[in-house]
Design a protein around this ligand. Sequence first.
Ligand code: CP
Length: 304
Amino acid sequence: MKHFISMQQLSKETMNQILKEAESIRKSPKTMNKQLFAANLFFEPSTRTKMSFEVAQKKLGLEMLDLHTEASSLVKGESLYDTAKTFEAIGADVLVVRHPSDYWIDEIEEAGGLRIPVINAGSGKEEHPTQCMLDLLTMYQEFGNVEGRKVVIAGDIQHSRVARSNALALEKLGAKVYLSAAPGFEDNSLHYPYITMDEAVEIADVVMLLRIQHERHIHKAETSDYLTLYGLTMERASKMKKHAIIMHPAPINRGVEIDTKLVESKQSRIFKQMENGVYVRMAILIHVLKEWGIIHENEINERK
Ligand code: CP
């Protein structure tokens, strides 16, 4: 049985199955008639991912255990593994973990592993699989599927786990992935073609913007000319195809990677993505709990 860690591990079939479940939950909400506990362990700040997991868990009827890292025994030096094992011992049925390291799951596995499933809520700069799934749901709602669609991921590619998870999944699903980045923000280990923002708006079905992750830069990046040189300005947006959409995982640096007037424009799906985060995370929780035999189909009902 697998933890939900990376888009690398998910087949096209599993992605489609989770997206179908999420869309079905959107139309007809579900809940579980069994007492189960979900523990949320966030070692990095989060608004959307943490809160939408909480809403997803509440809607599913899960009891929540929220670890406040600064008030926990982590400050006494307790390891991630011992923290996770503690939650397993006291009765958590699933762990949701956000962590600054790319390798935290290896640390847990090498120390002995867990008997409960773990969901990656964002790790280092490598993976953000639940964000990727909600991005895919947003594109599926728009286009039916992503096969042959041109998706330009633009911004701080070097530090973006969203870029990596999305590029990997979109390629697997038959989309054409392009990257766009200011000098110094590229990651040449990724094999997708780089284009300029002026080229991006002409060809894209989806312009997916990323913020500059100042917290992961050694030196604070200069942003005064960023919008004009590399961002989505009103002028560039006016050249987008009529059916093309603007996406952003958020948080947004308004006026840096995107003109603030575009954030809630007709072509923007940014807040739709956040809404979809709840449905997708409900579907992922159901998926892992079922896969691990913790819940069965007959214990999941429609929510009245
Ligand atoms: N998109 C995203 O992961 O946002 P948070 O960091 O607020 O969870």
